[in-house]
Design a protein around this ligand. Structure first.
Ligand code: AMP
Ligand code: MG
Length: 421
């Protein structure tokens, strides 16, 4: 049989070159669109502060009490009134003492000193304290060397936080330190957002559950365990929707279930425009599909849509691209939906320990880590190289334009920790 007379297409050296007339959306435009279209979806409940760490404040919190609530001594020593001049000082001791929680009952006359212990409220007549180590006590008197400024070694009422001050703002994700601040300022319960529920679903005929046996052509589902644990680390409630094969009806059912059980859905795989790319096909059919050709590497394609009024992030199947898209696009969007507000990750400019030439047009994220003050990047940029995700401790962000990075040039490093992982 003679082979048919088919002409192959010309070779392209840039596999991401776009067909004529197709526009790329820049990362910044895509982020701005997400930011303008999404809003908070979680309702409000009350939490005791013992249960509130990691929760997101639903309203501004104001101090019910000043910290410190009254003037007190910062050290163990002797308290009296006013500044002490230069030179040796001798003062008679007042009977009694003031300790933390056991105030001195009465006033200290001018010219007399009272024994005071750290944290004790300053009694009437005391506004200055001399450190115990600088004092000789003898025959009912204390002696020390001046000068000492008025107010020395004391804390003023409200010098940290005054009653009525804004303590923590709406959208704050409460930290262990916040527990101390809330307690100290008299707050025992707070209004918080219910935890955002994020469904995670893998798609693909080739996927097998880790722990099962994998036949030829099959691979273990690597994205779902990664995405579920990222969701948990980000402080949201992961909802495991399992795997679904490349079957449109199965996928439809699973998306229905996910939209009942979660506030937002992350899928991976099937987001392109190919024959088996049912996520993008269904979202398009639902009529609310934005297939963004985002000028991003690695990260193509990202499909965004609504399923039963639930936002869907159709992430790429490649694990590296799935992770980068989750960090760059889903993370701030989830923050907005959860009530935390939109946030940009803290980046650091550090010297490169590598060389790289880049063409204009796309933003790039490289798997990276810092060693000896320099940024190293993973040897391969291939988006299927899962070992590089694990090797890395963050991403290097390279701007959209052309560039030639040489060793020692400053590059933008974003540690995974800056994303909340
Ligand atoms: P897709 O986006 O469905 O075309 O998938 C792109 C690539 O990612 C293919 O090589 C898939 O086999 C792979 N892939 C898709 N989903 C997963 C997954 N959950 N875990 C690991 N690899 C995946
Ligand atoms: Mg697939």
């Amino acid at each position: 049989m003679t082979p048919p007379n088919i002409t192959p297409p010309p070779l392209r050296n840039d596999c991401f070159a776009l067909p004529a007339g197709v526009n790329w959306t820049s990362v910044d435009d895509a982020l701005a669109l997400l930011r303008s279209r999404l809003t908070v979806v979680t309702s409000v409940e009350t939490a005791l502060i013992g249960q509130a760490v990691g929760r997101i404040l639903a309203e501004d919190v104001f101090a019910k009490r000043s910290n410190p609530p009254q003037p007190n001594t910062a050290v163990d020593g002797y308290g009296f009134s006013g500044a002490a001049p230069e030179g040796p000082q001798v003062m008679p001791l007042q009977d009694g003492r003031a300790a933390a929680g056991i105030p001195f009952d009465g006033a200290v006359p001018h010219g007399k000193a009272l024994r005071v212990l750290t944290g004790a409220a300053l009694p009437t007549g005391v506004d200055t304290v001399i450190l115990e180590e600088d004092v000789t006590v003898q025959d009912g008197h204390i002696a020390f060397h001046g000068p000492l400024k008025q107010g020395a070694n004391t804390r003023k009422a409200g010098e940290d936080v005054a009653e009525g001050d804004l303590v923590l703002p709406t959208g704050r994700r409460l930290t262990p330190a916040d527990m101390a601040l809330l307690s100290a300022t008299g707050i025992s319960e707070v209004a918080v957002r219910k935890t955002l529920r994020v469904a995670v679903l893998s798609t693909g005929d080739e996927l097998v559950e880790p722990g099962n046996s994998a036949g030829p052509g099959q691979i273990f589902d690597a994205n779902r365990p990664m995405l579920l644990s990222m969701i948990a680390r980000l402080g949201y409630e992961p909802v495991d929707m399992g795997r679904v094969s490349d079957d449109r009806e199965d996928l439809r059912d699973r998306l229905d279930k996910a939209s009942e059980q979660a506030d937002v859905i992350l899928t991976s795989g099937g987001a392109s425009a190919g024959d088996e790319d049912h996520v993008s096909a269904l979202l398009r059919e639902a009529g609310a599909m934005q297939e963004w050709r985002i000028a991003l590497k690695p990260g193509r394609p990202l499909a965004l849509g609504m399923w039963n009024e639930t936002p869907v992030f159709g992430l790429p199947g490649n694990p590296v691209a799935a992770k980068v898209c989750t960090l760059i696009f889903a993370r701030p969007a989830l923050g907005l939906m959860a009530g935390e507000g939109w946030s940009e990750p803290q980046a650091f400019n550090l010297p490169a320990g590598f060389e790289k030439r880049k063409k204009p047009g796309r933003r790039e994220y490289l798997r990276a880590r810092v060693r000896d003050g320099r940024v190293e990047v993973f040897a391969s940029e291939g988006s299927g190289r899962i070992s590089g995700l694990s090797w890395a401790e963050g991403l290097v962000e390279i701007q959209d334009g052309a560039c030639h990075i040489r060793p020692g040039d400053l590059v933008r490093f974003i540690p995974y920790g800056s994303f909340g992982l």
